[in-house]
Design a protein around this ligand. Structure first.
Ligand code: TXA
Ligand code: MG
Length: 347
């Protein structure tokens, strides 16, 4: 298939350039586009055949539902019902932005979007390209991360190109995604109470500050055991995985560094996912930094790119430095746990 590519400066809005891509979405084709979290693979959320193409192209399990993206809150009523009044605070505080809410769906959203369930996850992205593309399409746009299933989510144009070029109608190159991990997904569990199903840049503390009690789903930090029921099917599937086996190393800095240094020196096919200025500590190993632990958003911004960089090398095992699972660190740690298939060494 011919894939149309458009490179566009995020900060210069050129709606006329987006028009042909909006047209592709309207006519049931797939378009990948940048958002503030990760690149999304978009299709008309009201067109079941278009949505099916997403599952085919990504090789995504059919029981993992999609997020419907809207360009402004006025569309929310058209696709969902029973919207809790208290969510108004969340919409006015965090939309457009990296918050996804699970709500009761209306008929217009076909079953394939929601894996047959009665709810639909909705997000209003803040990225100007994403927002304008959705507005021009005139329909809600489902958009999972624009990667092949199981691979690290795409945060740069090159990642999307590597996974999907030749398989979809269009890719919009808007440079690097600022946040770098996917949105926070929440669901109402009581009056002024929500549960975080997937942690992201909108943190527990930020939701607390808006007057909400917040539970963190147990599967954010724990593997799902066989046959266990989950609140969000995304928790069931293999995710974000680099080719090499990853091991997270937790503990105090000196001990962690010593453990990784010693282990890495015993073999020549080990890589280290480290912090800035640590490369020199690990001798001959392939070391890639994903940022500065004092600035956690630098870590979320670079994480998936670093995992994809390791895929270009021959290393068989990656030892990774981690930050505590707090604030946006919870989202980062959640993605790394899955990428490592819950392989953690505490030293
Ligand atoms: O930041 C993001 O959310 C990105 C960008 C492109 O917007 N999108 C994204 O989509 O991450 P995806 O499909 O990769 O992840 C959707 C997540 C999955 O974990 C899925 O299980 C959960 O949202 N989800 C979707 N619909 C749901 C529902 N009705 N109930 C519970 N969880 C749901
Ligand atoms: Mg995904």
């Amino acid at each position: 298939m011919n894939t149309e590519i458009l490179k566009i400066d995020t900060y210069v809005q050129k709606p006329e350039l987006l028009q042909p891509f909006a047209q592709m979405i309207k006519s049931g084709e797939l378009v990948a586009f940048p958002t503030e979290t990760v690149y999304g693979l978009g299709a008309d959320a009201t067109n079941a055949n278009a949505v099916k193409k997403i599952f085919e192209v990504k090789n995504r399990p059919a029981n993992n539902p999609l997020i419907a993206h809207i360009s402004d809150i006025s569309t929310l009523d058209a696709i969902t019902k029973n919207i809790p009044a208290e969510f108004e605070t969340l919409f006015s505080s965090f939309w457009p932005g990296a918050l996804t809410v699970v709500l009761d769906k209306k008929e217009i959203i076909p079953d394939v979007v929601c894996a047959g369930g009665s709810t639909v996850a909705v997000r209003c992205p803040s990225h100007p390209i994403a927002n304008e593309l959705i507005r021009l399409s005139g329909v809600p746009v489902v958009a999972p991360s624009a990667n092949l299933s199981t691979k690290p989510s795409p945060t740069r144009f090159e990642h999307v190109y590597d996974d999907l070029y030749g398989k979809i109608a269009g890719i919009i190159d808007g440079g690097e995604c600022e946040i770098g991990i996917e949105s926070t997904v929440i669901v109402k569990i009581g009056h002024n109470a929500v549960k975080i199903l997937r942690p992201g840049a909108i943190t527990k503390k930020m939701l607390n500050e808006k007057g909400f009690e917040v539970q963190i789903d147990e599967h954010v930090l724990a593997a799902v055991s066989n046959g266990e029921k989950v609140a969000s099917p995304g928790m069931l599937h293999k995710h974000y995985a680099p080719k090499a086996q990853m091991v997270l190393v937790r503990g105090n800095d000196d001990k962690v560094i010593e453990y990784i240094r010693k282990t890495a020196s015993e073999s020549n096919d080990i890589g280290v996912l480290c912090f800035d200025n640590e490369q020199k500590l690990f001798g001959e190993s392939v070391c890639l930094s994903y940022g500065n632990p004092d600035n956690p958003t630098s870590l979320s911004h670079n994480l998936f790119n670093a995992l994809r960089e390791f895929d270009k090398t021959d290393i068989k095992k990656i030892y990774a430095r981690v930050i505590p699972p707090e604030g946006i660190g919870l989202g980062i740690y959640n993605r790394m746990l899955r990428a490592a298939n819950f392989n953690v060494v505490a030293v």
